[in-house]
Design a protein around this ligand. Structure first.
Ligand code: NDP
Length: 247
C-alpha cells in the first residue's frame, strides 16, 4: 500500500530525467504532492504536463546556488505550508583519470554532488525542525562504497554524501528527521553521456561487460518509494541496489 506516501509534500531535486523523473512519476501516482526541480525548464514542463492528472508542480533551480534551492522550498511552503520529504538527487559524473587534471570538472562535481546536497539540507532543516519531523534523502551510489579507476573524484563526492547523511542522522534523529541514502549501481540514464573521454568510455564499457546491464530508473524509484513508505518511527537509512550481474 502507499499509506505513508499519500498526501506527503515531496521535493525532488534533479528531477528532469533519469532516477529523479522516474521517482516523480512513481510518487505522484502514489498520491504525493510533488515539486520537481532541475535546470532544464523544457524537461520539467513536459514531465509536469504528462502528470497533470496528479498534484505535480515544477520550479527551475541550480542546486549549486543556495537561493535557488530555497526558492523551491518556498514554493512548497506557499502551496502546502510544509515539506515532508526532500530528495537530493541532482548529480553529475564526468569520469576521468586524475592524470587529465580536469580541475573544472572536479570543482563542478564537488559543487553539484556535495554542495547541492548541503544546500538542500540547509534549505529544509529549520522547517523540518519546526514541524517536528521530515525525511531527507540523497542519491548516493555504489561509488560511495567502492573506488575504481577514473572514479576518484566522483567516488569522493559520494563517500562525502554518505558521511554527511550519517552525520545528519545522528544529529537530527531526536527531532524526528529521517536520513536516507539511495545507493544504486549502474542505472540506464543520461548520466553516462557526460563522460566524453574515449579511453574512459572504453574502460567503462569493458567493466560493464554486457550492454544493457544497468537497472531501469523505475527500479530505483521503487526503492525510493519503499524508503518513504514507512511509519514515522522507522527509517530506512540506506538502500544499496546493484544490477544482479554487476561486479
Ligand atoms: P541524469 O543525468 O538523468 O539525472 C541527473 C539529474 O540531475 C538531472 O535531472 C539534472 O537536471 C540534474 N542536475 C545536474 N546538475 C544539476 C544542477 N547543478 N542543478 C540542478 N539539477 C542538476 O542521471 P541519473 O538519473 O543517473 O542521476 C541521478 C543521481 O543518481 C545522481 O546523483 C547520480 O550521481 C546518481 N547515480 C546514478 C547512477 C547511474 O548509474 N546512472 C548510479 C549511482 C548513482 P538538469 O541537467 O536539467 O539540471
Amino acid at each position: 500500500s502507499n499509506q505513508y506516501i499519500n498526501n506527503k509534500v515531496v521535493i525532488i531535486m534533479g528531477a528532469s530525467s533519469g532516477i529523479g523523473e522516474a521517482t516523480a512519476r512513481r510518487l505522484a501516482e502514489d498520491g504525493a504532492k510533488v515539486i520537481i526541480s532541475a535546470r532544464r525548464e523544457d524537461r520539467l514542463k513536459k514531465i509536469a504536463a504528462s502528470l497533470s492528472a496528479y498534484e505535480v508542480n515544477y520550479q527551475v533551480a541550480d542546486v549549486r546556488v543556495f537561493e535557488d534551492v530555497q526558492s523551491v522550498v518556498k514554493l512548497a511552503m506557499t502551496k502546502y505550508g510544509r515539506v515532508d520529504v526532500l530528495y537530493n538527487n541532482a548529480g553529475i559524473m564526468p569520469l576521468n583519470p586524475l592524470s587529465q587534471l580536469r580541475l573544472d570538472e572536479w570543482r563542478a562535481m564537488l559543487d553539484t554532488n556535495i554542495m547541492g546536497v548541503l544546500n538542500g539540507i540547509a534549505a529544509v532543516l529549520p522547517i523540518m525542525e519546526k514541524q517536528g519531523g521530515g525525511q531527507i534523502l540523497a542519491t548516493d551510489s555504489v561509488a560511495g562504497h567502492v573506488v575504481e579507476q577514473t572514479s576518484a573524484v566522483y567516488a569522493g563526492t559520494k563517500f562525502a554524501v554518505r558521511a554527511i547523511m550519517e552525520g545528519l542522522r545522528q544529529e537530527e534523529k531526536d527531532q524526528g528527521i529521517r536520513s536516507t541514502i539511495i545507493s544504486p549501481g549502474l542505472v540506464d540514464t543520461e548520466l553516462y553521456t557526460t563522460v566524453d573521454d574515449a579511453e574512459t568510455q572504453a574502460y567503462l564499457k569493458q567493466k560493464a561487460k554486457i550492454d544493457g546491464l544497468g537497472l531501469n530508473p523505475e527500479t530505483v524509484a521503487n526503492a525510493v518509494a519503499f524508503a518513504i513508505n514507512q511509519p514515522a518511527g522507522a527509517t530506512v537509512n540506506e538502500v544499496l541496489i546493484r544490477p544482479t550481474k554487476q561486479e
